[in-house]
Design a protein around this ligand. Structure first.
Ligand code: AKB
Length: 319
């Protein structure tokens, strides 16, 4: 039976992942760990929750032992834009935190560790269109470097230390439950809030910046399907491209405008986030994930927009 610890539970992905894991594996078998104030009540009230600072290995070990954890999702990470401003914090969370999770897992008989990499693991020499799974990786951001480190160290523990470590490279994740913070792809979530509440949005990326994106239900499916994939088919471990949709700010704004005719988009470029976005791929080749664990996304851009607007209108009391 799985006893799952989700570290970084209060973030954008954890907030959607935990309810689904609890439904699948039982409320008491999924322990959420994050800062108390970050956790939404539907997570705190529906199963065990605890506090872990990923920078503190002892805390991780205590929780592993207290709950007999055999599976860990490590979602704790400082995202791309903030990482450029807070280097030391990023080293501690994205590098030391990762080492702590892997070492604590190895030393305390955890069987599986799921890690999250990102399209940020690529760089300006990486082929831009349909980026191959195995290709040049030369990120020029601390976040991107930490994601290459995540992939390499995860693969190392899988190959040399007998730990079952797996992970995917997430594109920008779009969701309505919890807003992302301090990333470069965040505009693709902000735009929905502003379209509903203010009928206009000022975008910090230029109108033609094409980036790979994914809708949260597909991202969650990817994580859970990879968790359960037959290991004998996995030639890769922590470095799977997954592709779903790609669009520019102008394209998504036009599609939102078809549903909310009063909506308008304006642009005020943030040089930091624009330069980060310019170093990331336009789209990804995910043949490897399709072949090794049957990756197959369900949502296209129109399905995603309809579902986002439906759920956000309810959340923001506009219907
Ligand atoms: C970010 O924008 O930093 C993240 C990512 C693509 O990893 N959403």
């Amino acid at each position: 039976m799985k006893k799952i610890l989700v570290i970084g539970a209060g973030g954008q992905i954890g907030s959607d992942l935990i309810p689904i894991l609890r439904k699948k594996y039982g409320n008491d078998n999924v322990i959420s760990a994050g800062y108390e104030n970050d956790l939404p009540s539907y997570i705190k009230d529906n199963g065990p929750h605890t506090y872990i600072d990923v920078r503190n290995k002892k805390q991780i070990e205590q929780v592993i032992c207290q709950y007999n954890i055999n599976t860990i999702f490590n979602l704790a990470s400082i995202l791309s834009a903030l990482a450029e401003k807070k280097l030391l914090l990023s080293y501690e969370v994205n590098f030391t935190g990762l080492i702590n999770v892997l070492e604590a897992s190895k030393e305390n008989n955890v069987k599986q560790v799921i890690l999250v990499s990102s399209i940020a693991a690529f760089g300006s020499y990486t082929p831009n269109e349909l980026t191959p799974n195995d290709t040049i990786q030369n990120p020029n951001t601390i976040y991107g470097i930490s994601k290459v480190f995540t992939e390499l160290l995860g693969n190392y523990y899988a190959e040399k230390k007998g730990l079952d470590v797996r992970g995917i490279r997430l594109p920008g994740v779009i969701s309505w439950k919890r807003e992302p913070t301090a990333g470069t792809t965040d505009y693709a979530v902000d735009i929905f809030y502003k379209a509903i509440l203010e009928k206009e949005y000022t975008c910090f990326l230029n109108e033609n910046t094409r980036l790979p994106m994914i809708y949260m239900p597909d991202a969650i499916n990817a994580l859970i399907n990879l968790l359960n994939a037959d290991i004998s088919y996995l030639k890769h471990k922590v470095d799977f491209n997954i592709n779903s949709m790609s669009f520019t700010p102008k394209e998504i704004a036009n599609l939102i405008k078809q549903r909310i005719p009063e909506f308008n988009i304006y642009y005020e470029i943030d040089p930091l986030r624009q330069s980060i976005a310019d170093s990331w791929p336009n789209s990804l080749d995910d043949t490897v994930a399709r072949k090794e664990w049957n990756w197959n996304p369900k949502y296209n851009i129109n399905d995603m927009i309809d579902d986002m607007l439906f759920n956000l209108n309810i959340k923001l009391n506009k219907k």
